[in-house]
Design a binder for this molecule. Structure first.
Ligand code: SF4
Length: 468
């Protein structure tokens, strides 16, 4: 019987099938942990006298609470004692349980969803979990990857399995050719705007079609990263030569690479397999996107007018954002720009932002910070001179970490400030109490940094709007 990509990976990992009264027991290949959602789970483990079942399938980093600026003496100014304790506790726990960690000394330290793929720990056909919602990022490699809560982190540490009901499947087809200047971030924001923040609830998404096939792995990760913002359990893209080329030679890449590629080649939805739901979109209809409200579904083309609120929640969202239905969002004054997060902090993103900011200046009263996703990205960006472009423009070039995506480390906006952010969530207060977030691509964020207002980046990338 023809199967979907999701069904193939799921069936391969079921330990005990689900019944009417019991979810399936699913084996987990890789458990990624960080300092925020793991300490409590380790405490429970200790209280029960249990050990980590598979330390060799657990991988740790520090990213959420870590400062992105160093003191002059090289020390790290943690925003609170609690943040410092989280990091120290994680480092002590992984040492006690023999788990590989990428801490301060590691050249692989980074945001957990950047680090996993960089190490080749994320591979096609795997099941991957982490105590962070945006674990869906790893689906870009053809893995079933999803975020779990602190209690489940404890379960996976203890038994390497999780109880879960099988989600339904939804294919999102985007075919055709994207217009010049339209990015992966625009594609995923357009998808979420179309299906809604609850549109993926109960589903595993598979992104299909020529648009995803022609994307780089960095771009595919941007897309899968935001699957959770449509309410989906996970998002996947079938592995192909682009995936194999990305993984080859990485630390955890299989030694028998040709044999692995042969196995991975079977990870495609079979002809004739059926999904529970299918959505079709045309690439040519997608334009650069921005959000105008307080969830990622409140997104629109950058050159459109803010739509009328559909309900009380949207009325409140427009009020919070300081926008009115019928007004353009282009031209709104911007106070801060954040280029970073596990959505958009990789080399493709930094190169795109630098391409716009090269030779230009960040406007005087605007703060722009650029936070690479990992130590490897920081090193590569510096080797290419991108940091000099950012610094010369007046932007701040920071140490890797989650930073203003979640504002746990002290990197945050002031109340009322408007932030153009390449991250994934624009909830009220996500980037600081009262801060207003506009989600956008690195290109749009960079354009805002040098103009001081929300600006269509195609003005810089493809000469959009110029006289013939
Ligand atoms: S960058 Fe944001 S979404 Fe990604 S892991 Fe960090 S806090 Fe989570």
């Amino acid at each position: 019987m023809p199967k979907t990509l999701f069904d193939k990976v799921w069936q391969h990992h079921v330990v005990v099938p689900e019944t009417a009264s019991q979810p399936a027991t699913l084996y987990i290949d890789l458990h990624l942990i960080h300092e925020v959602t793991s300490p409590q789970a380790f405490t429970v483990l200790k209280d029960r006298g249990q050990k980590v079942r598979r330390p060799d399938r657990t991988l740790a980093t520090i990213d959420h609470s870590t400062p992105t600026l160093l003191n002059e003496d090289g020390s790290r100014p943690f925003v609170t004692a609690q943040a410092e304790t989280q990091v120290k506790t994680l480092l002590a726990n992984v040492k006690e349980h023999g788990i590989e960690v990428h801490g301060w000394e590691s050249e692989n330290r980074g945001i957990v969803h950047v680090m996993g793929p960089e190490l080749g720990a994320t591979r096609p056909g795997m099941t991957i979990v982490c105590g962070d919602s945006h674990t869906s990022t790893h689906g870009a490699f053809g893995a079933i990857a999803f975020g779990i809560g602190t209690t489940q982190v404890g379960h996976v540490l203890a038994n390497q399995c999780i109880l879960m009901r099988k989600p339904k499947t939804m294919a999102i087809h985007v075919d055709g050719e994207l217009e010049e200047g339209v990015t992966a971030k625009d594609v995923i924001l357009a998808i979420i705007a179309q299906i809604g923040v609850g549109g993926g609830t109960g589903y595993a998404l598979e992104y299909c079609g020529s648009v995803f096939e022609s994307m780089s792995m960095d771009e595919r990760m941007t897309v899968c990263n935001m699957s959770i913002e449509a309410g989906a359990r996970c998002g996947m893209i079938a592995p192909d030569q682009t995936t194999y080329d990305y993984l080859e030679g990485r630390k955890f890449a299989p030694a028998e690479y040709a044999a692995a590629m042969k196995d991975w080649a079977s990870l495609k939805t079979d002809q004739g397999a059926s999904y529970d739901k299918e959505v079709f979109m045309k690439a040519e209809d997608i334009r650069p996107m921005v959000t105008y409200g307080t969830h990622p579904g409140m997104a629109m083309p950058i050159d459109a007018m803010v739509p009328a609120a559909a309900d009380e929640a949207e009325i409140a969202a427009l009020k919070y954002m300081g926008v009115t239905a019928g007004q353009p969002i282009e031209g709104m004054k911007v106070d801060r720009v954040f280029i970073g997060s596990c959505t958009n902090s990789r080399m493709d993103d930094l190169r795109a932002a630098a391409g716009i900011m090269e030779g230009a200046k960040v406007v005087d009263d605007l703060i722009a910070i650029v936070v690479p996703g990992s130590e490897l990205i920081k090193k590569q960006a510096e080797a290419e001179g991108l940091h000099e472009i950012f610094i010369e423009s007046g932007a701040q070039w920071r140490e890797p970490g989650c930073s203003m995506c979640i504002a746990m480390n002290g990197d945050k906006a002031a109340p009322g400030e408007l932030v153009v952010s390449t991250s994934n969530r624009n909830f009220a207060g996500r980037q600081g109490p009262g801060a207003r977030t506009v989600l956008a691509s690195p290109e749009t964020a960079a354009a805002a940094a040098i103009t001081g207002v929300i600006t269509d980046p195609r003005v810089f990338t493809v000469g959009f709007g110029e006289e013939e």
